[in-house]
Ligand binder design. Structure first.
Ligand code: ZN
Length: 240
């Protein structure tokens, strides 16, 4: 069984910021695609902000099992109609992996109803991401923790709903802690938020970070009832 993955990236920093271009010359989406392509059952496509409908047409979403999302400086430029379309698709079973600064995206807010606010600073701090659930499918192959030598610091309080599954808590050398990997069930679908990946740090070349994303794709894949949930979804509710 193949897993259809769509990697969405706003793709702006990696065209304008020399530091980001050096690390992700073809964009974060292409780097992720390259790493995820080692999984032979993944069928991967990419989409970016500048494409018509941001590359997330009805057809693309209906043929996506898991959507990976990276956005930062242009959250406000994502059309509300597209955000609602994606959120509806998650409610009907599609998995959504929201990376790094996507905590403040319209999609995060549409799915959780929360602000996604957090504490942050760019100070190149060391991070230790502690694995809280070593027997969970998403943490397989990770071990006790992931060490990232330099990342943007994110800290609590984090404006999110209580996670259904809290998988990682991070410590930063500046002293902060952060819920850096967690899952929330959204009706028939699942949202996985995963924090590493500031555009000027090479976190998406870290094999453990990539391992988590690959595991999450497998865990978030809908169990095969997409057509069924669609037919239910499209019916008008019966009101007596
Ligand atoms: Zn960042």
């Amino acid at each position: 069984m193949t897993i259809r993955v769509t990697i969405w990236n706003e793709y702006l920093h990696e065209k304008n910021n020399p530091e980001a271009i050096k690390i992700y010359p073809e964009g974060i989406h292409e780097t992720l695609k390259k790493h995820l392509s080692s999984e032979k059952d993944f069928v991967i496509r990419t989409a970016t902000l500048e494409q018509p409908e941001h590359g997330l047409t009805e057809e693309v979403l209906e043929n996506t099992d898991v959507l990976i999302w990276w956005g930062h400086m242009a959250h406000g430029k994502v059309q509300d109609e597209v955000v609602q379309r994606v959120a509806d698709r998650v409610r009907r079973g599609m998995g959504a992996i929201l990376l790094h600064s996507s905590h403040a995206s319209k999609l995060m807010k549409a799915l959780t109803g929360c602000s996604g606010r957090l504490l942050w600073r760019e100070n190149n701090e060391k991070q230790i991401m502690w694995n809280l659930k070593p027997f969970h499918p998403v943490t397989q192959g990770i071990g006790e923790y992931i060490i990232i030598d330099g990342e943007e610091t994110y800290g609590e309080p984090f404006g999110i709903p209580n996670p259904d599954e809290l998988l990682f808590i991070s410590w930063f050398s500046g002293g902060n802690v952060f819920r850096s990997g967690w899952i929330k069930n959204i009706e028939n679908g699942k949202l996985f938020y995963f924090q590493p990946g500031h555009e000027t740090f090479p976190s998406y070349n870290n094999p453990q970070v990539i391992r988590v994303i690959k595991n999450a794709v497998r865990y978030l894949k809908p169990a095969g009832f997409t057509e069924h949930t669609k037919s239910i979804w499209l019916k008008e509710p019966v009101v007596e």
